[in-house]
Ligand binder design. Structure first.
Ligand code: SF4
Length: 93
């Protein structure tokens, strides 16, 4: 299983030496259950990711993930949503 890597100042300093860290790493944080995607009981973005992944093969093994035990999307939608996760991009610059 992948192991989470806590972010500290040393990591930040090293990561800022190269191209944008958000283009080279995937970062996570706790679900705030209050953002625009929160519907009061779950995350609408996870459901939307599944709707958009109609052509995705969701039968293979799950990708390695360091946060699965605490992932909101996984607890809500199960392993099939993990097959959509790598398509989520937040840094479009
Ligand atoms: S959806 Fe799956 S792969 Fe993506 S962060 Fe959650 S547990 Fe990991």
């Amino acid at each position: 299983m992948a192991k989470p890597i806590p972010i500290d100042q040393e990591f930040v300093d090293q990561a800022n030496e190269g191209p944008s860290p958000t283009k080279r790493f995937r970062f996570s944080s706790a679900c705030v259950t209050g953002c625009g995607f929160w519907n009061g009981t779950g995350c609408n973005l996870a459901a939307k990711a599944l709707q958009l992944a109609v052509d995705e093969d969701m039968t293979g093994p799950l990708p390695k993930c360091a946060i699965r035990k605490t992932c909101r999307w996984y607890s809500q939608e199960g392993g099939k949503v993990c097959h959509t996760c790598s398509h989520v991009v937040t840094d479009m610059s």
